[in-house]
Design a protein around this ligand. Sequence first.
Ligand SMILES: [Zn+2]
Length: 226
Amino acid sequence: MAELIFFAGTMDCGKSTLALQMDHNHRARGRVGIIFTRLDRSGEAVLSSRLGLSTSAVEVAEELDFWETVVASLTAGARVDYLICDEAQFYTREQVDQLARIVDELDIEVFAFGITSDFRTELFPGSQRLIELADRTQVLQVSALCWCGRRATHNARVVDGVMVVEGEQVVVGDTAEPARESHVEYEVLCRRHHMRRMNSRAAQTAAQSADVLPFDLDACPVPPPG
Ligand SMILES: [Zn+2]
């Protein structure tokens, strides 16, 4: 019996590497799959991992219909045993519904990989729908660490070095589009530092001013005793 499985994690948790590994393992057993992704860091229609591995993939445009795409493949005589769906947080709710239907009616396995929540700590619509519908949600063990050394569980958006908690839900950072006016990047933090909006740059600045602080305090007049 096919299943819809959602592998959920933060950024930097190695989920794209796992997606590639999953595809490799199934292909090694003679199975045939289709790989989908959306807004991958290295551009359209590529699934890539931070470790430098990559493979071609079908870009999930807003209007892509998974059901129609897979049915068209099958009708054309192709074999489809499984789907690998990376960056699933960016899929629409309707697209996730289509994935569930593919599992139930075509008996094709779907492995979805995605980030659970955005830089404001709110669930992405695609991830929310996956949590609602998946046969299983597997939380990927976080290997990423906050600058303080705690496990990094939250994603932060950093614009020109400063952490922000407002803005559009989807802004892809560090892509091949350097002409953007402000530099957007992402950093994973522990919850404590996400709540305090203290990304690594802010922590550095705070540490530097802490170095200066004792001198400032020494300069304060000491009240006379009694
Ligand atoms: Zn921290």
